[in-house]
Design a protein. Sequence first.
Length: 116
Amino acid sequence: MLRRFSVNFAIFSIVMDAVLRASLLLIAARLRPLLSILPFAADLRRPTSIPPALYLVFPLGRVVILALFAIYDGRRNLHVGDEMTGLTLGTILSDVALAGVLYLSYREISRVQFVF
């Protein structure tokens, strides 16, 4: 059984964060044509292609930033409020950093898709 303070739970959390981030990136690419019904979104008929490097950069960026906020350290986040604060700040910072990566390198990915 995985306990909150175990190394196994921390590794499990890191792997799940990375897998979920990469999966959500793939889902956003596949569902992007459905967002064309929004009045502010460009009309796309087929799913967008995401460079394979982003499937590594997005999960790795999130895991590194959340590790800097000590989200994976169960001994540090004893109270739910502390953990939620760190998780919220880490998520905002990782999203802003990854938006910067997209802006500076892969401009063909739309803002609507990034927000989705």
